[in-house]
Design a binder for this molecule. Sequence first.
Ligand SMILES: Cc1ncc(COP(=O)(O)O)c(C=O)c1O
Length: 235
Amino acid sequence: MDKSKLSAASIAAQALGWIDPVTKAVTPAIHPSTTYIRDPDNQYRSGRIYARDNNPSYDQAEAVLAALEGAEGAAVFASGMAAATAVFLALAPGDHVLAPKVMYWSLRNWLMTEATRWGLKVELVDTHDLDAVRAALRPGETKLVWLETPANPLWTVTDIAAVAEAAHAAGARVAVDSTVATPVLTRPLALGADLVMHSATKYLNGHSDVIAGALATARDDETRQRIKRIRAEHG
Ligand SMILES: Cc1ncc(COP(=O)(O)O)c(C=O)c1O
């Protein structure tokens, strides 16, 4: 069966049909081990070294998220904030970024304090106003346009496809905090975004009993590799 043609409901319900090859369990095991045994010659041929970024417990969740978002790959994080800040930390000091005036307050707070202290040039715009976005884009200097749609707390809606077209023309990537929409209602990558972020703490989990974040990327490119390195090094 071509799994890319499954509806979001089927992907979520079947979780790609993964079965534990050893126990035949239909629900993934939780692996508490922090580290993995080396081969006798000191190599890690299993591909797993340390559980800060390599834990089989979340392989399936990442694969399901990637399928739901139509992404090349997905990575889960310890929180939505950890996922979001990894995207900005993958930029370089001096880079110009646009972010919405209306967005999750704690991320905006981090951007205007810690991220600017570290050297990012953060400019807040009304991202639902395409003319305002076009006017704020600095071709060659703007590296990222961060969107949140619908945006917490006013549910302001931004046209992802239109912003992506303008941003790409200026040489900037587009990342979308899609926490509120979930991939059931919006697939930002299909609309031209480069990256999707979730506070999985919210609707992706749905039970108010998990803090988690996720990033799904359109391509396995340098940005994705930098983000994975940041997750490996920051946890
Ligand atoms: C839209 C949105 N993005 C990001 C976050 C941050 O996610 P977390 O609380 O999982 O760190 C939140 C949390 O409220 C949110 O509502």
